[in-house]
Design a protein around this ligand. Structure first.
Ligand SMILES: C[S@@+](CC[C@H](N)C(=O)[O-])C[C@H]1O[C@@H](n2cnc3c(N)ncnc32)[C@H](O)[C@@H]1O
Length: 213
């Protein structure tokens, strides 16, 4: 190719090229975080339209400790609408447990462990999710309404072999007891932001969360 032909080929300036490279690097970071980042609480920003309010690190850690104490070695754990617990479990216990995250939209980075889930269709679950195949179900339904808790409870009862750790509003105490046999714990879950509603944990088994604040 002669110099004059070569000059006719459109070229990007170095500035534009650098900006493009930066853009693609950022895109890759958002869609393809490294293994470690993937399990940080907050990697997915809160979307309040979807009722996404994340626990503080301390609360997520405490709920993971509780879940593990209740599960024992090698048990299967279902995290229903409670991504911070899934993330913390995976960050701390990579190999020890089989864990699934049941979530709605935005969590594709968790691959095979993500079960797409909408509480409006409580039993619309893939075939690989057999009835009563989880030792414990941890759940935090998106809305503080009887309808939402009722439907989420259908999913919880389908999934669990017995144990349930539910986090939801203090106002849901009666429904948590009726629907899942959940007793309010002394432990109070905290969020990364101050929420107007008071939140509580409910369990249907003997738990360390009962005796602490
Ligand atoms: C109140 S937040 C609980 C999150 C919890 N505090 C945590 O830190 O993991 C409710 C969760 O429900 C999920 N969600 C929103 N709409 C949903 C739907 N239609 N079906 C099931 N889950 C839904 C949200 O993505 C969010 O993770």
């Amino acid at each position: 190719m002669s110099d004059s032909e070569d000059d006719n080929i459109p070229r990007l300036s170095l500035h534009i090229l650098a900006a493009l490279q930066e853009f693609y690097a950022e895109q890759k970071q958002c869609t393809d975080p490294c293994e470690e980042e993937k399990y940080n609480i907050g990697i997915i920003d809160e979307n309040w339209q979807l009722s996404q309010f994340w626990y503080s690190h301390e609360t997520a850690l405490r709920l993971v400790q509780e879940t593990i104490a209740a599960t024992g070695e090698g048990g299967r754990i279902a995290c229903v609408s409670v991504p911070s617990v899934y993330q913390k479990l995976r960050a701390l216990h990579r190999q020890d447990f089989s864990v699934y995250i049941f979530e709605y939209y935005r969590f594709a980075m968790y691959g095979e462990e993500l079960i797409l889930y909408d509480y409006n269709h409580p039993l619309d679950l893939p075939e690989k999710i057999a009835a009563h195949s989880f030792y414990i179900v941890v759940a935090d339904p998106p809305y503080l309404s009887e309808e939402c808790l009722k439907k989420t409870s259908e999913t919880i009862q389908y999934l669990t072999q017995g144990k349930v750790l539910l986090c939801t509003g203090a106002t849901m105490e009666d429904q948590a007891a009726q629907l899942l046999g959940g007793k309010m714990c002394n432990f109070i879950p905290k969020h990364t932001r101050n929420l107007a509603n008071e939140f509580r944990c409910y369990v249907n088994y003997d738990s360390g969360l009962n005796s602490e604040s």
